[in-house]
Design a protein around this ligand. Sequence first.
Ligand code: NAP
Length: 435
Amino acid sequence: MHIAVVGLSHRTAPVEVREKLSIPEHTMESSLQSLRGHEQVLEASILSTCNRLEIYTLVQHPEQGISAVREFLSGHSGLPTDDLTPHLFTFHHQEAVAHLLRVSAGLDSLVLGEGQILSQVKKMMRLGQEHKSIGPILNRLLTQAVSTGKRVRSETNLGTGAVSISSAAVELAQLKLGQSRGLDQLVSLESEQVAVVGAGRMSRLLLQHLQAKGCSGVVLLNRTRERALTLAADFPSLPVQCRSLEDLDHCLSTCSLVFTSTAADEPIIDAARLQGLNRRSSLRLIDIGVPRNIASDVTGLPGVEAHDVDDLQEVVARNQEARQQVAREAQGLLDEEGRLFLEWWDSLEAVPTINRLRASLEEIRTEELQKALSRMGPDFSARERKVVEALTKGIINKILHTPVTELRSPQTRAERQQALRVVERIFDLTPPVQG
Ligand SMILES: NC(=O)c1ccc[n+]([C@@H]2O[C@H](COP(=O)([O-])OP(=O)(O)OC[C@H]3O[C@@H](n4cnc5c(N)ncnc54)[C@H](OP(=O)(O)O)[C@@H]3O)[C@@H](O)[C@H]2O)c1
């Protein structure tokens, strides 16, 4: 059995490819079932975020298992394998474990150390448990990934400072506004007419950062207006006008800066929509939705400047220097956690031998006990039988204790295999016939 991950991320694929592979929660169960339906795939879990789609599996054979996952991805996205493969990465065994721990810690994120990824890893574990697509191995790995993500954030400075895609989006707006004034620096958004489309988690973070960066007011549009009102209530010192999406055209005509962060499957703003408006000013659009909320055909429209999540790279690169040092410190902790998982995984190799050893000694115990009891005859009371039974079990457990502890203890693979062979020979444990 092998752990493998096949996936793609902002490092390997542009947003136009990533959005084709995104797996929304309502199709997660069928996707997991489809993966588990393959004979090679023993356990499966899916991490689907705006910047990555990663499929973690426990497979029988690495090559066949990985090719099964690639076929699934090709079928799901509608992209031929030849078009998809250049964007995919594949890691196997300890590299797969190390990759997941880096992801969970936020070290593989576009915004280094961002916190959302940890909740997304938790969600991947919850969905895998709910849909019964993960078993003991991935369950253990994902549990360890979550605890490692928490450890990194509590034991290093990686999580300090509010870092997220939303904070980067606000900084990009500040940078672009500065550049439009001939300055290569972040400037205040105070004079901008700002709108945020969507009222979910990312929009909440957008409001937080807009407020922190001096924005004087925001129009908040959402499909469900009540949700916008609830969100606005959490920002009493930021003037927020809540509107439904029907007011989107009006808002696109009057605002100068619009952020979009909805979970819509299709774009909600495109060239045709903008061309039909009588716009007052130039319009800067920043879309952090994946799939994108703004169609790519808006690029090049007069007076419109549009950015998607991949454009955040520009602003992120400016902040990464200091965080890289913290990331290097966090790596030591990840190495330690990865080693612990692999030790546990290696110790599983001893389980079949330990089970055969237990079964063999139990067989001897019951056989000898029966002989002894039959010799004792009917005079032996039920209570006395129980005492003798407990005595024999106690002896067997004492005998087993040292070899079982030794076989499970951390050691190299070669050492463990040698110990397993010795135990099998001494106790005459015939391995089961393969196949
Ligand atoms: N979570 C992250 O870490 C993260 C990071 C970067 C980018 N993103 C991207 O940002 C977007 C929002 O993520 P989120 O985590 O904030 O989601 P969320 O908390 O689930 O909120 C979803 C928002 O999208 C709206 N929405 C859903 N379907 C819609 C539709 N068909 N038309 C119009 N509005 C619709 C919802 O409106 P209602 O209130 O009416 O349901 C809600 O405002 C997603 O595209 C996501 O990929 C997320």
